[in-house]
Design a protein around this ligand. Structure first.
Ligand code: CTP
Ligand code: CA
Length: 215
């Protein structure tokens, strides 16, 4: 199972809050895993991308819907959370379009925290995937933040992703990543998102082979 893309959190029926995620990295990973023979469910926020070959795609908008779709897709051997899930949604219901005239002043929005899909999967009491992989989008102290994120969420691997302005990663074609596991950190060369996806898919396939031999 792979999550990908941004989420759109509604403000009212015509407006939403989103982020700059294109979905490219998650789609590339889903495609690379399918190319290696995995059965892949891609739970995707709104993107402009075609579905990768041999991948089952489930479309969602908000974080809460993404969590529901992910839970419905369990059990899964491997979960890779690449989605740039919005951390907050707008609290309360705005069933109708917010009108300028009604308020006079610009409106204030109240936010509430979204469910953490990666943490939910990592700490799942009954259906935890055998390998749970997260991404960590960071703009500073990349390794530090990502290492702590791995521990906090309880996932097996974190792919630390440098999305600082200088590297132009968010929405772009290239990715600069470090794989963080219980064994430490391993920096990968800057490569396009398809190459990073193939490298990760191969790494996962190796992990899966070893696990099968060990059991
Ligand atoms: N993630 C998730 N659900 C959320 C937030 C994040 O599944 N509600 C996942 C992402 O898909 C990614 C990982 O958690 O694999 C890290 O996301 P990130 O935004 O870097 O971490 P946060 O814990 O949200 O911390 P912050 O945004 O404050 O850095
Ligand atoms: Ca976040």
């Amino acid at each position: 199972m792979v999550t990908a893309g941004p989420t759109h959190e509604p403000i009212d029926p015509v407006r939403y809050i989103a982020n700059r995620s294109s979905g490219k990295q998650g789609y590339a990973i889903a495609g690379a895993l399918a190319a290696l023979g995995a059965r892949v469910t891609l739970v995707s926020g709104p993107t402009h991308l075609p579905t990768p070959k041999d991948v089952d795609r489930v479309d969602v908008e908000q974080a809460v819907d993404m969590l529901a779709a992910v839970e419905k897709a369990l059990p899964a051997d491997i979960a890779i959370c690449v989605a740039a899930v919005a951390d907050w949604h707008v609290a309360g219901q705005n069933g109708q379009k917010i009108k300028k005239e009604a308020s006079g002043a610009p409106p204030s929005l109240r936010f509430a925290e979204n469910p953490d899909i990666l943490a939910t999967l990592s700490q799942h009491p009954t259906q935890r995937p055998a390998l749970v992989v997260g991404f960590a989008a960071e703009t500073e102290h990349v390794l530090d933040h990502a290492t702590r994120k791995r521990q906090r969420k309880g996932c097996d691997w974190i792919i630390a992703n440098d999305v600082s302005h200088q590297t132009g990663v968010m929405g772009g074609d290239d990715n600069l990543v470090t794989l963080i596991s219980a064994d430490g950190a391993e920096q990968w060369a800057k490569a396009d998102k398809h190459a990073v996806a193939r490298q990760l898919a191969t790494r996962i396939a190796d992990w899966f082979d070893h696990r099968r031999k060990d059991s």
